[in-house]
Write a protein that binds this ligand. Structure first.
Ligand code: NAD
Ligand code: LMR
Length: 313
């Protein structure tokens, strides 16, 4: 029998975001998927994977999907996505998760590195800027191979609200969000467009301010509606966009969480910035010119991330 040469994607954490990510990646035939959770959740994890696999004849995708708690099954993954840990509930901030999830990051990273020393790791678990830093340090990987996800999701929310405001296709709305994945993230209105037209020419300032504010609180809006967990469809779609950029060496311009060494004036922190993502992972950080107000807003966001990082042992 011929050897399978398909790419291999491992998703750690088979909860809402992990399972949804696995399914979308398989539907897009990005590779075979290994869904991993703790031993106590092994049967449900196997069940979710089998259920997804049984959708493949109906949807017509070729991708194997397995569920497991054994990291040997992740051996030689091309990309590993980390969604393991706990999610916030109404009334909590993402930062309240830091101590519990930092322990989870350390243990899962050790297993990932053991079996896939050359992989690219994409981190989703919150508080994601600090968790990306934890995984980077624990893995001892170069900074190009540990990337956090927040900016694609935050920008997608921003773009959704703009499209609703203007009653225009989301396909024509570009825009992105910088900074930490918290309530002081920085949606960059000045770099956002509808069909190439600057937003400031299309939307009155007070409406723009309201859209920026809704974007900043976008995660909390969903947490309050769900009642017992956080968003997962848009987060999973965002993760898959990053996985695809790496596996297909697309060199996409995407807002992701990068380890900064002087860029934007910050050193030794992980923060959301515009980056180029391709076959080598995070290949470049793009440095935008910021106005004094934009830089002050980014400084506030970076300070929040630093204060969370300070509680990490
Ligand atoms: N960065 C972002 O944009 C973003 C977006 C959405 C969710 N998140 C975060 O992603 C995380 C997961 O969210 P969710 O909705 O999937 O939560 P969930 O509770 O549905 O799933 C988490 C899964 O992780 C598993 N898990 C816990 N410890 C583990 C370990 N040591 N090894 C393997 N698996 C382990 C749990 O058993 C569970 O199945 C949360 O921290 C959430 O805040 C971040
Ligand atoms: O808000 C959360 O806790 C989950 C996630 O970070 C999100 O933005 O949806």
């Amino acid at each position: 029998m011929a050897v399978n040469t398909r790419k291999k994607i491992s998703v750690i954490g088979a909860g809402f975001t992990g399972a949804t990510t696995a399914f979308i990646a398989a539907q897009k035939e990005l590779g075979d998927v290994v869904l991993v959770d703790i031993p106590q959740a092994e049967n449900p994890t196997k069940g979710k994977a089998l259920d997804m696999l049984e959708a493949s004849p109906v949807q017509g995708f070729d991708a194997n999907i397995i569920g497991t708690s054994n990291y040997e099954d992740t051996k030689d993954s091309d990309v590993v996505v980390i969604t393991a840990g706990i999610a916030r509930k109404p009334g909590m901030s993402r930062d309240d998760l830091v101590n519990t999830n930092a322990k989870v990051m350390k243990s899962v990273t050790q297993e990932i590195v053991k079996y896939s020393p050359n992989t690219v790791i994409i981190v989703l678990t919150n508080p994601v800027d600090a968790m990306t830093y934890t995984v980077l340090k624990e893995s001892c990987f170069p900074k190009s191979r540990v990337i956090g996800q927040s900016g694609i999701l935050d920008s997608a929310r921003f773009r959704t609200f703009i499209s609703q405001e203007l009653n225009l296709s989301v396909k024509d709305i570009t825009g992105f969000v910088l900074g930490g994945h918290g309530d002081d993230m920085v949606p960059l209105v000045r770099y956002s467009y509808a069909g190439g037209i600057p937003l400031e020419k299309l939307i009155p300032q007070e409406r723009l301010d309201a859209i920026v504010e809704r974007t900043r609180k976008g995660g909390g809006e969903i947490v309050n509606l769900l009642g017992n967990g956080s968003a997962y469809y848009a987060p999973a779609a965002s993760l898959v966009e990053m996985v695809e950029a790496v596996l297909k060496d697309q060199r996409r311009v995407l807002p992701t969480i990068a380890y900064l060494e002087g860029e934007y004036g910050y050193n030794g922190i992980c923060l959301g910035v515009p980056t180029i993502v391709g076959g080598n992972g995070l290949e470049e950080i793009i440095e935008l010119e910021l106005s004094a107000d934009e830089k002050a807003a980014l400084d506030r966001s970076a300070e929040s991330v630093k204060s969370v990082m300070n509680v990490l042992a």
